[in-house]
Design a protein around this ligand. Sequence first.
Ligand SMILES: [Zn+2]
Length: 190
Amino acid sequence: MQDKELYQYILGLQSPWSVSEVKLDMQSQEILVRVEHPGGTKFCCPDCRKELACYDHGEERHWRHLDSCQFKTILVARVPRVDCPTHGVKSAIVAWAEPHSRFTILFEAADACFSQLSEEQIKSVKAVAMDMSSAYANATKQCIPMADEKIVHDPFHVMKMANEAMNSLRYYLFTQTRNCKGVVLQGTAT
Ligand SMILES: [Zn+2]
């Protein structure tokens, strides 16, 4: 896995955003992860959520993310702005941070959640329930010892994933067998 893909995964970045550069600054002990979006992407007005074309971009901003080992990890981006007919020119909503925050949502969540626990309480955590976002899992791994054995997923997300896997399998079998005469797949639309 390349460093860009790795940080895409660690940050839990979703389309249209992708990592364009990962830079290690030994002096400041920081990893700068620059993210960008393709041209022509539409963004939402933060006030009315209307989807609009990108008007321009604000100044480059930095958000502190959860550390990568001993290095501070900083997400870097220029936030797109939209020109809403009702609300005027506004910075668009970005998925990783609240407006005006200097921290990513995950950093804030992990900080709010785990920083309130004493060392003793951290050690006694038996399970951490979450959805299947790799970003939450990574945040937990940074704060809870042996987190791999303690992360649990709720039944809703497990069943959703199982259903999606079954649908993919059903579709695959259907496409593989539709030209074979005499093969009948029960419960499969034809
Ligand atoms: Zn608006």
